[in-house]
Design a protein around this ligand. Structure first.
Ligand SMILES: *Cc1c(COP(=O)(O)O)cnc(C)c1O
Length: 370
């Protein structure tokens, strides 16, 4: 049996209604910031439960633009998790601010106990990352931010519809950024990102910044960027955001099936999940990640058996050549390092079948002789 990583082929197998709307879009020639972008933004804001949603070109820009809107730039510092995807660091670096990493804990979120030691007079913001679909500890992080007068911009790229204490990812800070890249919870046909906020001034600034800083056709209020959500992608976005509730429900069901299958395998340890079962806490399982003994051997064993397992991420960001200039010593983030050596990711998406999950569980059990 094959267990592929990406569900895109199945997700977009039957898209005649998208093609119909695309045809109408082409005939209308409403290609930039047209009606459909506004329609998509309204649907996205409603799905997340935010006042405003602003469509941009990528998830990376959905992080960079709110930081720019806050006036963050050279000389400032932004604290983020050491165990994140490249783009979190890239977005901070693009503003000119310094990236300050803080280690994670076994929830995969930034460790709230370590944040205060990383705050300096230059710190302007914290960018927590809701990694793998589970929430960073937002109750504590927003408390620390408030105490020190810092802004919080959430990297919610992996965690659309996750929630803590009944409050969704992206709505805890002044703004949150989401991605609709093909590997995220909902996907378009290329790159796209969305910023959410409840703050009218943040909304206004993000709209200016995504479109050359233009107040109107003839007046440029500030220097900005060209990072509008493409109208073509907004058509696809409308189609898929309407399905996000079902997508997330299927992912949660799949994770529960894995949990049961691994419950009596001592070589597999589940992460500490902040989102316990219940209506007010929710992990959306972008992927199903566990700690595994003899991880590299297990990874090869899975791959040899047709299972496209992965590691997110095998090399900690602070050890990447691109970020050596930050000056972190090897071993500076021991939990992140341990994760890089012991975690393995399996798919949890909505198109995975129960048979595929059971097969995968069987292959892992066999590997450990269970
Ligand atoms: C994917 C991702 C991003 C960036 O999104 P893009 O749409 O690829 O630019 C940022 N942060 C995290 C944690 C991500 O997983």
């Amino acid at each position: 049996m094959k267990v592929r990583y990406s569900p895109l082929e199945q997700q977009f197998a039957d898209v005649d209604d998208v093609f119909d709307e695309l045809k109408a879009l082409v005939r209308s020639t409403d290609f930039t910031l047209g009606t459909v972008v506004g329609e998509f933004e309204e649907m996205f804001a409603a799905a997340v439960g935010s006042k405003y949603a602003i469509g941009v070109g990528s998830g990376t820009d959905a992080l960079k633009i709110p930081l720019k809107a806050l006036g963050i730039g050279p000389g400032d510092e932004v604290i983020t998790a050491a165990n994140t995807f490249y783009a979190t660091a890239g977005a901070i670096a693009e503003t000119g601010a310094r990236i300050v990493f803080v280690d994670c804990d076994d929830t995969f979120g930034i460790d709230p106990d370590l944040i205060e030691a990383a705050i300096t007079p230059r710190t302007k913001a914290i960018m927590p990352v809701h990694l793998t679909g589970d929430m960073a500890n937002m109750t504590r992080i927003t408390g620390i931010a408030e105490k020190h007068g810092l802004k919080v911009v959430e990297d919610a790229c992996q965690s659309l519809l996750a929630k803590e204490a009944g409050r969704p990812a992206g709505t805890w800070g002044i703004a949150g950024g989401f991605s609709m890249h093909p590997l995220k919870i909902i996907n378009v046909w290329g790159d796209a990102g969305v910023i959410v906020t409840d703050d009218p001034e943040m909304d206004r600034m993000c709209r200016l910044l995504r479109n050359h800083g233009l107040r109107n056709r003839d007046e440029m209020e500030i220097l900005g960027y060209n990072t509008r959500l493409d109208s073509v992608q907004a058509v696809v976005g409308k189609w898929i955001v309407a399905k996000v509730g079902d997508i997330v429900a299927a992912r949660i069901r799949n994770a529960a099936r894995y949990d049961a299958g691994f419950a009596d395998v001592p070589e597999i340890t589940l992460p500490v999940r902040r989102a316990v079962k219940g209506e007010s806490e929710r992990s959306v399982y972008l992927n199903y990640v566990v700690f595994a003994e003899r991880r590299d051997e297990l990874l090869s064993h899975c791959q040899a058996n047709g299972i496209d397992a992965k590691v997110h991420y095998p090399i900690a960001l602070y050890k990447q050549d691109a970020l050596r200039h930050l000056g972190y010593e090897d071993g500076a983030f021991p939990v992140t390092d341990r994760h890089a050596e012991t975690i393995i990711s399996f798919p949890a998406d909505q198109h995975l079948t129960a048979e595929q999950i059971d097969y995968l569980i069987g292959v892992v059990r066999e590997f450990y002789g269970r």
